[in-house]
Design a protein around this ligand. Structure first.
Ligand code: A3P
Length: 325
């Protein structure tokens, strides 16, 4: 419905034109989409446009649920988990929509929809709505901060985020090394110049807020969920307002949801296991979101020197926050 697509606003375009561009020499895997610095974060220009449109138009409802991650931190997994948890009584689990839909088709990214002027899609969704976003806390629209809507935040060891990002970008570009070397991407990551970076600011923004408002933000770590999926599935269900009943627990429903959303299960479904670039405006195929699904792959990619330098940066940034890698 093209007539429903809104044109970008002139004052937003004027603001976008004044924002700093990423430093020269720092790689970007979307040549037409440089990162620009908005409220302390490096974000692709069209998505800053989306954030500005959100600030102006988005109306949060108290029943909304928002999954926030830094890209490559477990978005796909948590989209599946949240969606499956919320809809578990609507379908027999062996006929659940996750068998026929990629998790990204089940949960929409807010800033992307707003960046293309299609906010009507969002407004038409009946409550309770579930969205995801990669926006840092400092960039979230005030309506989300002020309303009673809840946020699930997931972070991951930044070293693994870097590795995951490197492979993902490579898939999209048909070889990431065509754009930049791994060393260049690593250096840029250490400077904080990457998609929605710096990653430590992203994590800290939500961490600090979750300490103030634990009822508003559930703060989770990818590696911990991997280690204890059932415990985290219960925690998640409780937080999003649909805790497992005793009967469900006795019937093993928690384990079944965990299994349905597990890496091995999702990766091998036909809907996810295909290379056809079918998603969004980019050459992204569902299979790109499933690579290894493990903790610690950075050990196979980073030299000791690279590891120490990045660890030191992160430890310094996290100092005093109570957060550890
Ligand atoms: P790796 O590249 O390290 O394998 P995002 O969804 O935020 O883009 O993150 C992608 C990362 O999550 C990839 O990490 C991917 O393999 C992993 N992943 C995808 N689905 C998963 C699942 N069900 N369980 C665990 N990890 C998953």
């Amino acid at each position: 419905n093209n007539h429903l697509i809104e044109k970008p606003q002139e004052e937003h375009e004027a603001l976008l034109a004044t924002l700093p561009l990423q430093p020269s020499g720092t790689p970007n895997f979307h040549p037409k989409q440089p990162f620009i610095l908005y409220k302390g974060a490096w974000i692709a220009k069209s998505l800053v446009r989306g954030a500005l449109a959100m600030e102006q138009h988005f109306k949060s409802r108290p029943t909304d649920l928002l999954l926030v991650t830094s890209p490559k931190s477990g978005t796909t997994w948590l989209k599946a988990m949240i969606f499956a948890t919320l809809t578990r009584t609507s379908y027999p689990l062996d006929q659940h929509p996750l068998h026929t839909h990629n998790p990204h088709q089940c949960v929409t990214n807010l800033e992307r929809v707003f960046s293309t002027g299609r906010r009507q899609i969002i407004e038409a969704i009946p409550s309770p709505r579930v969205f995801n976003s990669h926006l840092p806390y400092s960039v979230l629209p005030q309506t989300i901060i002020d309303s009673d809507c809840r946020i699930v935040y997931v972070w991951r060891d930044p070293k693994d985020v870097l590795i995951s990002m490197w492979y993902f970008s490579g898939k999209i570009m048909g070889g990431a090394d065509k754009i930049a070397t791994f060393e260049e991407v690593y250096n840029s990551f250490c400077q904080g110049v990457n998609n929605y970076g710096p990653i430590w600011s992203h994590v800290l923004g939500y961490w600090e807020e979750s300490k103030q408002r634990p009822e508003k933000i559930l703060f989770l770590k990818y590696e911990n969920i991997l280690q204890e999926p059932v415990k985290h599935a219960k925690k998640l269900a409780h937080f999003i307002g649909c805790p497992y009943s005793e009967a469900e627990e006795n019937q093993g429903v928690v384990e079944q949801i965990v299994e349905l959303c597990s890496f091995g299960k999702l990766k091998n479904m036909d809907v996810n296991n295909n290379e056809i670039p079918s998603m969004s405006a980019h050459n992204i195929s569902p299979s790109y979101f499933f690579r290894k699904g493990e903790a610690g792959d950075w050990k196979n990619h980073l030299t000791q020197e690279m590891t120490e330098r990045l660890n030191t940066i992160i430890e310094e940034k996290f100092k005093g926050s109570g957060l550890m890698i």
